[in-house]
Design a protein around this ligand. Sequence first.
Ligand SMILES: *Cc1c(COP(=O)(O)O)cnc(C)c1O
Length: 834
Amino acid sequence: MPHRVFHKSNPAADITKLPKLGMDKKHFIADFKHYYSHRLGRDQNCRSPHYAYEALSLAISDRLVERWKKTYNVYRDSDCKKAFYLSMEFLMGRSLSNAMLNLGIDDIVTQALYDLGLEAEELIESEPDAGLGNGGLGRLAACFIDSCATLQLPVTGYGLRYEYGMFSQQIVNGEQVERPDHWLRMGNVWEIERPEYMHRIKFGGHTQTHIDEKGNKRTSWLDTHDVIAMPYDTPVPGYKNGTVNTLRLWKAIATEEFNLQEFNAGDYAEAVAEKNTAENITMVLYPNDANENGKALRLQQQYLLASASLQDVIANWVGRHGNNFSKFAEKNCFQLNDTHPSIAVAELMRLLMDIHGLSWKEAWNITRQTMAYTNHTLLPEALEKWSVNLMQNLLPRLMEIIFDINAHFMAEVSAHWPGDNPRMARMSIIEKGHQKQVRMAFLAIVGSFSVNGVAELHSKLLQEGLFRDFYELWPQKFNNKTNGVTPRRWLAGCNPELAEFITATIGDGWLTDLSQLSKLAPYSEDAAFRQKWYDLNRASKQRLVDYKKEEHDIEINVDALFDVQVKRIHEYKRQILNVLHVIHLYDRIKRGDTQNWVDRCVLIGGKAAPGYVMAKKIIKLINNVGNVINADPDVGEKLRLVFMPNYCVSAMEKICPGADLSEQISTAGKEASGTGNMKFMMNGALTIGTLDGANIEIREEVGADNFFLFGLTETEVEALRPHYDPNWFINQDSDLQGVMRLLECGHFNQFEPGIFDDIIASIKSPHDPWMTIADFRSYLEAQKRVEQTWRDQDRWTKMSILNTAASGKFSTDRTISEYNNEIWKLSPVDVEKY
Ligand SMILES: *Cc1c(COP(=O)(O)O)cnc(C)c1O
């Protein structure tokens, strides 16, 4: 029998040592061919652009991995302080074009593809979106990690690797139909599985206390049903700076010893099938935006994220420092993206006490110095509460710890306000009632050293309203961090022609210092510059027209005013107000009142949560009104209402460069910040909006003359609310009467009687929380100012330039600098210097 000969190994060998990968055309072509032909095994007869996309992505991914390892090593060797962004959602969108942009290789790669007879655009378009988020909150997380890498900050994103992301939306007979988004079906070339860093997550079972050898009380969590959290890492490249940070997403998998009893009892198939219960945990993203979800599976998701991420950070710490946690808080910081991961407060306590032997006091000091919480909404229906019963069953040890945290906290409150029992009841983490509940926002506040809102108004309302008691107790914890968007994806990436023109005018410093866009303002007085700006905008509109024609067979007139509202469908965002205005314009056309007419194309897009009946009705209303208007020969080019199906990140990248008017029309006080508003502004759209969220700051930056303001203020909304009478407004306003008549007589639902009755009833109700009717007149007047401005195209262009020029504040580079200076306090690490 032949046997292997063992040689002595070479002690100087390094299996990771490789020559640096070439960044020129020749190397990209060679690597592309290698991957296409050898790794993917395709030849020139393969018609699908998908494999060319994969081959190119693998070649680019190699360059990222090279920088990624270096970044990792530099962070490790410098022993720097790190921050961890915990979020249930990362709405990343596509990676290929962003990687090309941030590596500074888009021209080289485009040329290489050209030589290969391929078109970059076609490859880029064949990448599916990573849609692991609902909307603004998830997209914010994605923009944040881009800015962290660009600012050279050692920040890791932690999230969940859902097998199914945000559903894809189809419209059938005017109604939303959800299709599962199996985004991993064709594989994912951007991720690397890392079994060496998996962690065990416990569920169920019970707790037991005992006295250890040192005489301390210790608690164990026993007889649990465990699940494994498997990490998948995605590289997050900074903009042309050699930094590549990490997004680590957890997938739930079954443990090796799953269901031993059934297994031994001979139920082999049943036991294997049981694997599914474990793997179901990260199967699907809950498709609810700004809405709580009381399902046990959702709590399992939240705990898996919190526990796996904390175990990961602690394992790293223990690897270097052993069980000495004295400097842990100096070196680590956790930012909680809303309350979704806030069970982390209790989990960090558990890990430090039960696993690493710290005392309650030591563990609590560390927790309170490392956790920071961002609130994203004031809507009561979005405030997470978990029933104590459910938590006791699923996470018994965590529930005990939460009770203990609350007991300590109640003692603190009582010392501060002796005898103020109503206040103690108001502030308690445990809400009493026939079903006791854990108030997750309160747990997050009590366990954190920083609590922030996401725009000035929102942060102020948190302090005065929802979190008032906490603000009185700990004013120094509260702060504001106005949201932003990354200018790489949302200007340079999605609008390359405009970006090139901006760079030709003011240089390329704006890409990493967006405040430099203010240098554009003087050019608004330059007629030649304005002409070029107008031409570029028209070209963007044409691209949007072509895209709509290609994807959805929708015809629109490029010279019309493109009036765009894309965002999740929600009553507080008031898509209905937009529709009321469209119906009014239609009413005017039918009455022959078309003097000084401005042709307008109203584009509305967005997904409704599958269980949100009213939001789905709103989609149906938009489609029905659109069908009537678009088919009416009297209307012609004057007016168009189009619902754009399946709004997502890659759709927004095509939509925001082509918009003229950005609709930001939520009831004042309800939209925490908004970020769609910022993407539109950056690309030169003008905003029509209420004094809500970041609209207020947008208007401050661009000046009142360059913003179409309307509607009640937050204070006026709350003052009117107790005696709100929609009928009074209707009786005052013949235009509104015309609109209501068309709606109520069934003009838009001739063969579907009654289907819009609940929409009509909701806006006519004195209890309508969104007070749509109250703002109708003011909205209509603002729309008239829009038309007046549009008729003077030169003035419009001037205002468009001024909007882009004033958008510098809304870069996430600014937002993240504030998080870092005021909360995380990390030192930037220049990876290229090492
Ligand atoms: C930016 C963005 C959002 C947030 O839009 P808002 O208007 O702020 O609600 C939601 N979804 C997608 C796909 C986005 O790109």
